[in-house]
Design a protein around this ligand. Sequence first.
Ligand code: FES
Length: 155
Amino acid sequence: MELELERVDEIVEKNKEEAQKKSPLIPVLQEIQNTYGWLPEEAMKRAARKLGVSLASLSGVASFYNEFRLKPLGENHIVVCTGTACHVRGAPLLVAELERNLDIEVGQVTVDQKFSLETARCVGSCAVAPVILVNGEFHGNMTKKKISDLINELE
Ligand code: FES
């Protein structure tokens, strides 16, 4: 898939002043990630050139912060809430079930690129804890059984 790299130019232009003022580079990386869903190397190279910094500095910042993704997400992105309410209602078991079922660990993507798995702090739906999000869609009162059904459905 070809990336529309002109969007990097717009992002850099828009954030340049801010980036030069305070913690340089982070706003640019954040917006590139919001645009593409991760930080593709071509986009990083282009942004580094436009900002007049080395790719190594930009990559260094990107790999320092956990919020930045250096690999694309899977076709189906699963986020398990591990906030307090979800934690006490079994989120760790859900994480373990997903890791077992998908044969990956949190932060990884399956070999066939079909699934990626992450955790997040409270996603704001504690009343129906434990909660997972699949491609941005909320699923509350999750159980291991519901997870297996969901994965089967998505496969
Ligand atoms: S702790 Fe999971 S939704 Fe609030």
